[in-house]
Design a binder for this molecule. Sequence first.
Ligand code: ATP
Ligand code: MG
Length: 582
Amino acid sequence: MSTSNPENKGAAYAAPATPTNFIREMFIEDLKTEKYKGRVWTRFPPEPNGYLHIGHAKAICLDFGLADEFGGGTNLRFDDTNPEKEETEYVDSIMADVRWLGFEWEGLYYASDYFQQLYDWAVQLIKAGKAYVDDLNAEEVRKYRGTLTEHGKLSPHAGRTIDENLDLFERMRKGEFADGTRTLRARIDMASPNMNMRDPVMYRIVHATHHRTGDKWCIYPTYDYAHGQSDSLENITHSMCTLEFEDHRPLYNWFIQSLGIFPSQQIEFDRLNLTYTLLSKRKLLQLVQNKNVNGWDDPRMPTLSGIRRRGYTPEAMRNFVANIGVTKTNGTIELAMLEHFVREDLNKRSSRVMVVLNPLKLVIDNYPDEQVEEMDAVNNPEDAAAGKRKVPFSKTLYIEQDDFREVPPKGYYRLSPGKEVRLRYGYFVTAQSVVKNAAGEVVEVHCTYDPATRGGDSPDGRKVKSTIHWVSATHAIDAEIRAYDNLFSNPDPNDVPEGQDFTANLNPKSLEVLTGAKLEPSLKSAKPGDRFQFERLGYFCVDLDSNSSKLVFNRTIGLRDTWAKVEKKTAVSTQPSAKAKP
Ligand code: ATP
Ligand code: MG
């Protein structure tokens, strides 16, 4: 397990306590029966055709987590058999993302490392009469394959002699034939009820430059032919993949048995689906190419680089994956559940600070003009070691526009004329009057304070129903805040009206930029990646776009929004409820 991950601050990763599952049981059984002489080894096999997403996090935690639990190791293997779609940029991002999640691989491999071996084995299968060169094109292969209710038909080319096949296969490799004109197929059973066993394609001709092997090859192995053999070459004992490969398992075993090589075994588990979220590299690539988002690491993207930039933690992701578990049936997990784990983790680790997103001036008429007091503020009530800091308090403050109503609706306990509230870590204040602009909007609230309530309590036991946050106007620093909503407005992004594609479900309000936020001065030294809880507002982190002259924050996630329900009924504002006491 990696300890090199800066996110882990050098601490070894402790696997969260999880209920057992059928895969873990299988590991235990195989160890008990000495199936692989007490050894377990897994691999994570991404295709470098895009950035990893939250679904991959599940596979990574499973592959690395189980191997680690049973004293084995995990290889990272790039499944790079489609030269047209694969790029080095993706290889690099995948390595960074696996490490960010807190894992380190034992071996680093590429399916392309095995091209020569796979070719030699294909020749071996041809010599054994188990593979042949076919001249049918893709469309014809499909027709001959039959259907679930109808047997397939043998290709008219299946009867070639071994010598003919060896000759044609070699010439395929040499580049004598055009793309799509020939394939190498395994000779299995055109009447098999399993379509994957009806003479599956092992090699196709693709004249394309590969990100690693360049132009050395113009024939490429299919996933089915490459995957199991790569597992076998690496002595993988448990090769986990998602359920859609269940029907490929007989073929996986057929190749390994026909070649008489190390008997890796394939195990399938359920693919992660999340509401409001697309987990498909192909579709995410489309969003990037269409510029629906600002790149793969746009904080609205469900990519690991996107959620990292947004402020999610690797610990939260691992806890989430541990808790959803694995099953043998596909389902959909509520996004709210992932968000729960993000909040839970951020709550423990984030420093609290005061920030006003939509400022309204609050002037304390009876506070001395030039006075500045340094108020003691707790950095993290969840972590005593996080200590305290000083926050400057002065005559003119900013509060949230939503924390004042000239005419308060029923159930509104924040500031309004004649009402007293607590300024967090400050004093009790009572609103007295307002200043309006030409449009009749309140631009300044005047109040009085009770000097006896310093620190936030009244010596006479007087209670207030609300505590609001604030920032001293003269000390405030400015920042841009990017607030995100779900990228898709439909819980199932793929559920679209006839004739439209999934982009029809994009949420036009997924990004809101606030430019006038006022921050307490301690945030001046915040660095990209630093995470905070903005009191009463949610969790935020410093974005990569920040520089010495401008801070940019991403809203990672809001606090649990109990006020929103009340709010909807009264239709007053969108801010979360004030807590009764700090
Ligand atoms: P995509 O369709 O997004 O490209 P994929 O399955 O083709 O996904 P690979 O790069 O081939 O992506 O995946 C590497 C590993 O991650 C595989 O073992 C795959 O089964 C697993 N994986 C991919 N998506 C999910 C998911 N949503 N849930 C769980 N595991 C996944
Ligand atoms: Mg794939």
